[in-house]
Design a protein. Structure first.
Length: 531
């Protein structure tokens, strides 16, 4: 048995509800896995006799978890690793655990827990309360807060395979329409009150703490990706609302998550940490999960928030007409109809009135949702930009592209190398199902993730041909910009190019500016209403 990864969990995760040390291990061929686990457990309990240990088995290995106090989990990682290696020095490890105790932190946690006031802890800072009702200390100088001045602000966490970012941005717009100063964390950055305060992929607990420590924030919307849940757990023990969009085949094979059922359990962590849950009833994995908190269900096929003819409705009350919701593209973007319903349901669960929800639905435009369903006019052709990167996301985007195109469909596609071959082939099949006239395939430079250059395009190319796309219709390019340039050069009047931008967004923007491209006003996209 050997350690593949060892780390700390600060909050609720797939492995439990509180702080813990976790090590993912791989078993050697022929090894007695059960005996190895028992030796590990005995080693841990030699140091911590009453340790809460947990084991989650997966293909070829296991996650070995030791629960503990927040100030001791770094040292518990040492205990965990020593027990796995069979090198436990009991006196030294017990002394290290004693030395790790932080009396000032424990003196703060106890009264905070009694008062129901959240405490956020990392290696540098400790904060008491949330947002506008918070105060923050350095770890070396923890103080005594004025308890009447600290408390909670409403917090929504949004997770799922697809639709997280759009739903988070839309929910933030609804809260802003209601007068809140919104702290928003997404894959593109952290915004407070509409101001960008940090750029990059901010969907983990560090991003959540950044938002929740900002004293301007009166309501927080936190996109919460599976990576952060698995690597560190949630930053916050409880949130007011958890929105779960959907679960499908993506990021499998990482952190011992080998199947969609286990991934659904990862996403469900947010639901089990929420005081109210909003769930997509169209998703079979989520629909079968029972949460202890009051649950609101949304979906195109039915639910508390759903469709009635050409109208989005919530609890029987009209929210907006489909043709008036810009991101719905007149109903052609069915995935965005689901995102709109989910965001509206989450807003209602947060106590946001109906009028701000309606104003956001009809006012939220593509320029507020970069790289998610952005339509451009480039000469006589059109271009659809979307971040879709897994089979369901790609399928939804190409369905929209097929609905919008009056001519042929051309696709520019690159995929990261950390997907297994089956996942890459699934995306290629989703592309082939849209019957594009041309496909421009490229590597994602910087995201080869151990694969040789050209390996991912070769797999995609092979599966496209297996799925009926002629070899002459497939072209290899050096990247997103080169692929887009090639597709635009090949496009005829009425054709639509779909680009899935990941790494070269600034260069793509420069190319579009050079081509005098213009964003299409989504208010004109009526007539595609779902029948």
């Amino acid at each position: 048995m050997r350690v593949v990864d060892s780390r700390r969990l600060f909050g609720p995760s797939l492995e439990g509800d509180g702080p813990a040390a976790i090590a993912e291990v791989a078993f050697d061929e022929g090894e007695d896995a059960e005996a190895a686990v028992e030796r590990w457990r005995a080693g841990v309990r030699a140091v911590v006799p009453d340790a809460a240990t947990r084991v989650r088995r997966f293909r070829g290995g296991a996650a070995l978890v030791v629960g503990g106090e927040l100030d001791q989990i770094l040292t518990l990682c040492d205990v965990n690793e020593a027990a796995i290696a069979g090198t436990v020095d009991v006196p030294a490890l017990r002394a290290a655990l004693d030395a790790a105790i932080d009396p000032a932190l424990r003196d703060l946690l106890e009264p905070a827990m009694e008062r129901g006031v959240p405490v956020l802890v990392d290696d540098a800072q400790v904060s008491v309360g949330l947002g506008a009702r918070s105060t923050t200390y350095s770890r070396e100088a923890i103080g005594a807060p004025a308890w009447t001045a600290v408390g909670r602000v409403p917090v929504a966490m949004i997770t799922g395979t697809n639709g997280k970012t759009t739903s988070a941005r839309l929910l933030a717009r609804m809260a802003a329409e209601a007068g809140h100063t919104v702290g928003l964390a997404t894959t593109d950055g952290v915004h407070v009150g509409g101001e960008l305060v940090a750029s990059g992929d901010y969907t983990g607990p560090d991003a959540a703490r950044m938002v929740l420590r900002d004293r301007r924030v009166t309501l927080a919307v936190l996109e919460t990706a599976r990576g952060g849940i698995l690597r560190r757990g949630l930053a916050l023990d409880r949130c007011d609302v958890g929105l779960l969009t959907n679960v499908s085949d993506d990021h499998l094979g990482l952190y011992g998550v080998d199947d969609v059922e286990t991934m659904a359990r990862v996403k469900a962590v947010v639901g089990f940490a929420a005081d109210r849950v909003v769930v997509n009833s169209d998703d079979p994995w989520l629909a079968r999960t029972a949460f202890p908190a009051p649950t609101t269900r949304f979906g195109l096929a039915g639910g508390d928030f759903s469709l009635s003819g050409q109208t989005l409705v919530g609890r029987g009350r009209a929210l907006a007409e489909i043709e008036d919701v810009p991101i719905a593209f007149g109903g052609a973007a069915r995935h965005n109809l689901a995102n709109a319903l989910g965001a509206a349901a989450a807003a209602e669960a947060l106590g946001i009135p109906w009028d701000p929800i309606h104003r956001a639905l009809v006012g939220f435009r593509s320029d507020e949702n970069p790289a998610r369903g952005n339509l451009w006019s480039v000469g006589a052709a059109s271009l659809l930009l979307d971040f879709g990167h897994n089979p369901e996301g790609v399928r939804a985007v190409l369905e929209l592209g097929r609905a919008l195109a009056t001519g042929r469909l051309l696709v520019v596609l690159g995929l990261p190398g950390d997907r297994d071959d089956d996942a890459l082939r699934s995306v290629a099949r989703a592309v082939a199902a849209a019957r594009p006239a041309r496909v421009f395939v490229h590597d994602l430079q910087g995201y080869l993730r151990g694969r040789a250059p050209g390996a991912v395009p070769a797999i995609v190319d092979d599966e496209l041909q297996r799925s009926g796309i002629e070899a002459a219709s497939i072209e290899r390019t050096s990247g997103e910009v080169a692929g887009l340039a090639g597709a635009l050069a090949a496009a005829a009047p009425g054709d639509l190019v779909v680009l899935f931008p990941h790494l070269e967004r600034a260069a793509v923007a420069d190319l579009l500016a050079a081509r005098d491209a213009r964003p299409v006003d989504d208010r004109i996209l009526r007539g595609y209403v779902t029948r």
